[in-house]
Design a protein around this ligand. Structure first.
Ligand SMILES: *Cc1c(COP(=O)(O)O)cnc(C)c1O
Length: 222
């Protein structure tokens, strides 16, 4: 299949999942280009997708040098080291991997405007994954009250590779309930209306469970 056909297929899957869940809101498809060439990223952008994601500062710089259309929205989805914040933070629309106070402190220092951030949550508790535990999310977000450059738009998670459908529904639902609980706090700096969850393997289930941003790579490029 061509990239255009893949994009169409993923969008149809999202639309069908929204219908099945009785959803009338929109889901943003974020194209993850991290393992792919500049030419492939250009082909994805040519289909009309404007949300592109990278997980390394070097990859972001390479793609942004080649793809300069002003409508493009760049997402950073990887672990962001403190010393790389300066290089990345003013070049992105969204950071999906805010997971510690030291990172927030560095962003506060380097950002020229408030940055839309997702707090990353390790819902399953897998040892190999970054992200806060569900219990840590509320105290962490409350600790951001004095930061002027951190705008918490939502929560993000990655499901374990070996989770079956039932487990995926459970994990995504837990993140949705936590998102709802944070939104209820009505913190001005943390509206927390969004849910960044779902990758190639599991985006259909994530949409059924309320994802508003899905991060899809492999399914667009095979
Ligand atoms: C690589 C990556 C994705 C996309 O994964 P695919 O399985 O290729 O769709 C999504 N989110 C994060 C955080 C990633 O690192």
């Amino acid at each position: 299949m061509t990239i255009a056909e893949n994009v169409q297929h993923v969008q149809q899957t999202i639309t069908a999942a929204c219908a099945a869940a009785g959803r009338t809101d929109t889901v943003t498809l974020v194209a993850v280009t991290k393992y792919h060439t500049v030419a492939e990223a250009q082909a994805v952008a040519a289909t009309g997708l404007v949300n592109l994601a990278e997980n390394r500062p070097e990859g972001l710089a390479e793609k942004q040098a080649a793809l300069t259309a002003p409508e493009l929205q760049w997402h950073f989805i990887g672990n962001l080291q403190k010393r790389k914040v300066k290089q990345v933070i003013n070049k992105i629309a969204y950071l999906h991997s805010l997971d510690r106070l030291s990172l927030a402190t560095e962003i506060e220092k380097r950002a020229l405007r408030p940055i839309d951030c997702f707090v990353e949550v390790n819902v399953s508790g897998e040892a190999s994954k970054s992200g806060l535990s569900l219990a840590e999310v509320e105290p962490f977000i409350k600790s951001l009250a004095d930061f002027t450059k951190i705008h918490v738009v939502g929560l993000m998670t990655m499901a374990p590779i070996d989770a079956d459908e039932t487990a995926l529904h459970g994990l995504f639902k837990q993140l949705r309930l936590k998102r709802d609980a944070i939104a209820q706090l009505r913190l001005p700096y943390a509206p927390c209306h969004e849910l960044s969850m779902g990758m190639t393997r599991d985006y259909r289930i994530a949409v059924l469970e309320g994802a508003t941003f899905v991060r899809v790579g492999t399914a667009l490029f095979r």
